[in-house]
Design a protein around this ligand. Structure first.
Ligand code: MG
Length: 203
C-alpha cells in the first residue's frame, strides 16, 4: 500500500507558507508505517518543536491502474475520508532551505491520520465536497474540493503516469489555508460535510 500526498493544492495555503503556486502537482509519499487510525492518540515526537496539522480529503484507490485516462478515472476510486497530514514544520523548513527531500518532516511514524471511510458516490464525484477541522471544538480549517488547484481526477491521472496505482493506495489531496501548531492536550475532530470521521488527541 502506498500513500501519496499532494503539496500546495490550494492557492490560499501555498500563499500562507510563501510558496509559489505550482504549475504541476507537487507529489510526495509517506510509508505505510505513517498511518494513524481514527481514534488513536498522536504523540508529539522528540525531534520536533513544531508539529503542524494539515487537514486533507483522502481518496482510496479501488483498482490497479497505470496511465489512467480521463474517461475512466472515476472508476478508480470509491471511498473517501478526511485526515491529517501531520508535519514537523521546523524540520521541513530546514530541509526546504537546503532543497532536500521532505520525508523526515512528513513521513515519520503516525504522521498520516486517516478517518473512517465513507462511500465516494457518483453524485459526490460530480459535486463539491466540504470538509473542516475543529480543535478543542473550535473550527480552525475549512476547505472545499472545488478550490483544489488540481482536481481529484487530475491528481490520479498525473500520479498514474509515474507510479502504478494499486487497490488500497491512498491519496492525501492537499490542505487549505489555516494550518498551525499542535500542543499536548489538543483534541482534533475532522468532518466531511457535517459527518465526523476523524478524532485524535494530542499527547
Ligand atoms: Mg499536506
Amino acid at each position: 500500500m502506498k500513500i501519496f500526498c499532494v503539496g500546495r493544492n490550494y492557492i490560499d495555503h501555498a500563499r500562507e507558507l510563501n510558496n509559489a503556486v505550482p504549475e504541476e502537482p507537487v507529489i510526495f509519499m509517506k510509508p505505510p508505517t505513517a498511518l494513524l487510525r481514527n481514534g488513536k492518540p498522536f504523540f508529539i515526537p522528540a525531534f520536533s518543536n513544531d508539529i503542524h496539522y494539515e487537514t486533507e480529503l483522502i481518496v482510496k484507490i479501488s483498482k490497479n491502474g497505470k496511465h489512467i485516462e480521463s474517461e475512466f478515472v472515476k472508476n478508480y476510486y470509491d471511498e473517501l475520508t478526511v485526515g491529517i497530514d501531520f508535519t514537523a514544520r521546523d524540520v521541513q523548513n530546514k530541509l526546504k532551505e537546503k532543497s532536500l527531500p521532505w520525508e523526515l518532516a512528513k513521513g515519520f511514524d503516525f504522521s498520516a491520520g486517516v478517518g473512517t471511510w465513507i462511500e465516494f458516490t457518483k453524485e459526490m464525484k460530480k459535486s463539491s465536497i466540504s470538509f473542516r477541522l475543529d480543535i478543542n471544538r473550535k473550527t480552525v480549517q475549512q476547505g472545499n474540493s472545488s478550490d483544489m488547484i488540481f482536481s481529484i481526477d487530475s491528481l490520479i491521472m498525473y500520479i498514474s503516469k509515474f507510479f502504478k496505482l494499486q487497490a488500497g493506495d491512498l491519496i492525501y489531496t492537499g490542505t487549505p489555508a489555516g494550518v498551525g501548531s499542535l500542543k499536548t492536550g489538543d483534541v482534533l475532530e475532522a468532518f466531511v460535510g457535517d459527518e465526523s470521521l476523524f478524532y485524535c488527541e494530542i499527547r
